[in-house]
Design a protein around this ligand. Structure first.
Ligand SMILES: NC(=O)c1ccc[n+]([C@@H]2O[C@H](COP(=O)([O-])OP(=O)(O)OC[C@H]3O[C@@H](n4cnc5c(N)ncnc54)[C@H](O)[C@@H]3O)[C@@H](O)[C@H]2O)c1
Length: 256
């Protein structure tokens, strides 16, 4: 698919990887729908893109709320006449061990809370389901085909300290395969990207600093990734019409 003249919704695009994608898509001639939770820096992101001559429209949406997601995808079509690309990028971290024992007593002193579990499921899994479903509704009704890209993670194989996140990201990869089969008759492709460690606010602010330092030393290319490198992968997926039903690792060689 050539992005010129197309419409691309990117959830969680006020900053980080989502912003890099919206910015790149607009530079290729697409109208970028910049969407994030109400209160996020959506207007700033839109201004940055339009300031460079790109087309961008801001629409607030919490991806875990069904009514907001339905409205988001409807508005994207009402305002631009079409929907060609949806990147289901919004996500959060709530890391913790399943159970943690005291070093001396060997008795459990802490456990992953149901709130930690549920927050990840609501946003990283239900949010992807809802935005993927509503994007598909609009793409099928528009009749132009489309591309749905989900954000998985190398953690999908099962990362210590991320019971909740690993479970959601594995499910996202599985949904991608399901959608590639169900949506192919409508000329809609579905693929996922599994980043390693990318220098965004999520990792730099929300990850345990000691754990991050340890992981950084283990990255074969010797550095973290940049958001633009993940955006470049999304563009590759969009432009390659044979690509569907897979998760692409972009991690500098690190595996979980
Ligand atoms: N950064 C990494 O190393 C890394 C690695 C693997 C996967 N990922 C995935 O990539 C995606 C983007 O991550 P990032 O590093 O850019 O994170 P980030 O925290 O920098 O950006 C995430 C954006 O999502 C938004 N968001 C959070 N909850 C939302 C909700 N309920 N509705 C709508 N928007 C919401 C945030 O406001 C934020 O703008 C996530 O799905 C993340 O799990 C990131």
């Amino acid at each position: 698919m050539d992005l010129n003249g197309k419409t691309a919704v990117v959830t969680g695009s006020a900053r980080g990887i989502g912003f890099a994608m919206a910015d790149l898509f607009a530079s290729k001639g697409a109208t970028a729908i910049v969407t994030d939770i109400p209160g996020a820096a959506i207007d700033d992101a839109v201004k940055q893109i339009t300031g460079k001559g790109g087309k961008a429209i801001g629409i607030p949406c919490d991806v875990s709320k069904e009514d907001q997601v339905e409205t988001l995808m409807k508005k994207a079509v009402e305002q631009t006449g079409r929907l060609d690309v949806a990147v289901l990028n919004a996500g959060i971290l709530r890391d913790g061990l399943l159970v943690k024992a005291d070093k001396e007593t060997r008795k459990v002193v802490k456990k992953m809370t149901l709130d930690q579990w549920q927050a990840i499921i609501n946003i990283n899994l239900t949010g992807v389901f809802l935005t993927g479903r509503e994007a598909a509704v609009q793409m099928v009704n528009c009749g132009n085909g489309g591309v749905i890209i989900s954000m998985s993670s190398i953690a999908r194989h099962g990362n210590a300290g991320q019971t909740n996140y690993s479970a959601a990201k594995a499910a996202v990869s599985a949904m991608t395969v399901t959608w590639s089969k169900e949506l192919a008759p409508y000329k809609i492709r579905a693929a996922a990207i599994a980043p390693g460690f990318i220098a965004t606010p999520m990792v730099m602010k929300d990850m345990n600093p000691a754990a991050l330092e340890k992981w950084k030393k283990a990255i074969p290319v010797g550095r973290m990734g940049e958001p633009e490198e993940i955006a470049h992968t999304a563009l590759y997926i969009i432009e390659n019409d044979l690509l569907t039903g897979i998760t692409i690792d972009v991690s500098g060689g690190i595996r979980v």
